[in-house]
Design a protein around this ligand. Structure first.
Ligand SMILES: Nc1ncnc2c1ncn2[C@@H]1O[C@H](COP(=O)(O)OP(=O)(O)OP(=O)(O)O)[C@@H](O)[C@H]1O
Length: 254
């Protein structure tokens, strides 16, 4: 499913936090959202996912204005992995992942085989099958993050929004999760701080600065020494990596 944002703006009181953002994400594409702290990445993701209404502008998912789509119907198509999602503590890992099935179930329907296999498959994909009966509150930070991603996968969405999904993860799991997101047959928009991981796993990158889009394109087009200096205030060399020609950033100490 495609995601199109047209002239999105949002703010609180007199402060504009997202300013006139337009972007297009093609079906199946993985779009990276990067920008310094406070540049508006989380706020924009929430607008794109329909969790917050824009002051002006609109978001279309698969050609429909999401402002007109009922919330339950939207949550059958769109999953959101938050930065630090709160979860009720007195539950098991499988209980948390089962919550992902909520949009697909009616009040009267029982738990189906489809629901069960979606949960089993989601746990498998994030490598948490052996933990399904473990109490949620006993998990490490990285394990919780993987279970939140499993919950989103169990939702069987067509579009996935992920806010810093690699937070708390060791490097193996950072790479595993981003590779999985890239290889999933769905459209994904992922806010990331690690610019090299964004270069490795995103088809295109949007750079936010002060709530506005200041660059958009392939990793090679966007990740230039000038942009890194102007937006992120760092000096860097860019090497063409052996990894499918993706840029590799070497930060320089000066
Ligand atoms: N509800 C709110 N009320 C007041 N200010 C807000 C609100 N939501 C966000 N902000 C402010 O808007 C700015 C953008 O916040 P946002 O969380 O979208 O940035 P971000 O790019 O995701 O940051 P980070 O990289 O630090 O996670 C920040 O200055 C934040 O303090």
């Amino acid at each position: 499913m495609s995601v199109i944002a047209r002239n999105l703006s949002w703010g609180v009181r007199r402060k504009t936090i997202v300013s006139d953002v337009s972007l297009t994400v093609a079906p199946g594409e993985t779009l990276g959202l990067i920008g310094p702290n406070g540049s508006g990445k989380s706020s924009l993701l929430r607008l794109l996912a329909g969790l917050r209404r824009p002051a002006t502008g609109q978001v279309e998912i698969n050609g429909r204005d999401i402002g007109q789509v009922p919330r339950k119907a939207l949550s059958r198509e769109v999953a959101f992995v938050q930065q630090s999602a709160a979860t009720d503590t007195n539950v098991t890992v499988a209980d948390v992942v089962r919550l992902g099935r909520t949009p697909h179930r009616s009040a009267l329907a029982g738990w189906s085989e489809t629901d069960e296999s979606a949960v089993t498959e989601a746990l498998e994909r994030v490598g948490m099958t052996s933990r399904r009966r473990q109490a949620w509150q006993t998990l490490s930070g990285g394990e919780r993050q993987r279970v939140h991603i499993a919950r989103a996968l169990a939702q069987a969405p067509q579009v996935m929004f992920l806010d810093e999904p690699t937070n708390h993860l060791d490097i193996h799991h950072q790479i595993e999760i981003l590779r999985m997101v890239r290889d999933l047959d769905l459209t994904s928009i992922v806010a990331l701080h690690d610019l090299n991981l964004a270069a490795m796993y995103c088809d295109r990158i949007v750079v936010l600065q002060g709530g506005s889009v200041c660059a958009c394109g392939t990793p090679e087009e966007v990740l230039t020494p000038d942009l890194l200096r102007d937006v992120f205030r760092v000096s860097a060399h860019i090497d063409a990596s052996a990894d499918a020609g993706r840029p590799h950033i070497r930060f320089t100490a000066e």
